[in-house]
Design a protein around this ligand. Structure first.
Ligand SMILES: Nc1ncnc2c1ncn2[C@@H]1O[C@H](COP(=O)(O)OP(=O)(O)OP(=O)(O)O)[C@@H](O)[C@H]1O
Length: 309
């Protein structure tokens, strides 16, 4: 396993079979420091991967490690060093956020006074003020997500696993949570592994994205590679798409015809202006009528339309 001291987690041929389903299938992947997005549709295997990494579930075969520690043998040490925000609602309704987060801080080994101070600071950081003294049963989904986040951060971990932290939030709540996740990764200097089935939102906060599908690795790349590699210019003309494609291909451009649209790839380090000029010149030379010429910024969603890596 290529685990260095800066590797947040790594897996090697990790497989988890349940009686009716294979949740993880020969998965070899690793994540460095910073904010890593773990993305996949419901049932892709994200929660199972986190539970195995934390040593909460044994794999069927293969191995996993977190911060250089083996998940199979060092689960306790891993859970001491990292924070975990589970996906599902797990908060006792009758006690307040303050009581709960102080309790979690003490469970991690902090003395009572230090635990109270840390809990107050952490709850403030996640944006819970006076409400923190009220029983959590009356909280909105957004407030509950913030408490779950606070308990994951209260013992000052080096790394946090956040499982679907934007689940159930309205658009404003989602934006706030994403901004908070970005701050945890930058201002607080804590590495983050965050799961989501909503691909677009990870684009905004992650340095690196891992895509899994049916328990298999689909792609693992820096976020800028997702967006730059698929940067294309879309062209539509009234008639003559094929001659235009042939002309641009002959001039060394990478082109593809998709229905009535011609896409022209802009190389990662190239100036899109040069590609625009090439398209404009070819359209003029062939006397075609241009309907559309626009730059498409690649989006994370596009990886699902590409063949598996
Ligand atoms: N304890 C279990 N027993 C049997 N099957 C399970 C168990 N846990 C998960 N699975 C199955 O394994 C597959 C992967 O589940 P997992 O929860 O890891 O996916 P996920 O990507 O986190 O999706 P979601 O966001 O819906 O939780 C699913 O088909 C799920 O039904």
């Amino acid at each position: 396993m290529k685990a260095s001291p800066t590797t947040c987690f790594a897996t090697e041929r990790l497989t988890k079979r349940f009686p009716r389903v294979t949740a993880l299938n020969d998965l070899t992947v690793s994540a460095g420091p910073g904010v890593t997005g773990l993305v996949g549709a419901n049932g892709a295997g994200k929660s199972t991967l986190i539970k195995i990494l934390l040593g909460l579930q044994p794999p069927t075969s293969g191995s996993a490690s977190v911060l250089g520690m083996d998940s199979g043998t060092h689960g306790m040490e891993i859970r001491r060093a990292v924070g975990y925000m589970p996906e599902h609602d797990c908060l006792p309704p009758d006690i307040s956020a303050t009581e709960f987060v102080v309790h979690m801080a003490q469970m991690s080994g902090l003395p009572r006074i230090a635990a109270r101070e840390r809990a107050a600071d952490t709850l403030r950081h996640v944006g819970l003020d006076e409400e923190r003294y009220r029983p959590m049963g009356g909280y909105s989904t957004g407030m509950k997500q913030r408490v779950k986040l606070a308990q994951a951060l209260v013992h000052d971990p080096r790394l946090v696993f956040l499982d679907e932290p934007t689940n159930g939030l309205d658009p404003q709540g989602r934006d706030d949570m994403l901004a908070l996740i970005r701050r945890i990764g930058t201002e607080f200097g804590i590495s983050v592994v965050v799961t989501s089935h909503l691909l677009g939102e990870l684009e905004r906060v992650c340095d690196h994205v891992i895509v899994i599908d049916g328990g298999r690795l689909l792609r693992s790349s820096a976020i800028r590679e997702f967006t730059q590699v698929s940067q294309t210019i879309a062209v539509e003309v009234e008639e003559g798409l094929e001659p235009l494609a042939a002309r641009l291909a002959g001039a060394g451009e990478t082109v593809a015809v998709q229905g009535r649209t011609l896409t022209v790839q802009v190389a990662a380090d190239a100036d899109p202006g040069r590609t625009y000029d090439a398209v404009r010149d070819a359209v003029c030379d062939l006397s075609l009528n241009l309907i559309r010429l626009e730059q498409r910024r690649g989006r994370i969603e596009d990886v699902f339309k590409e063949p598996a890596a």
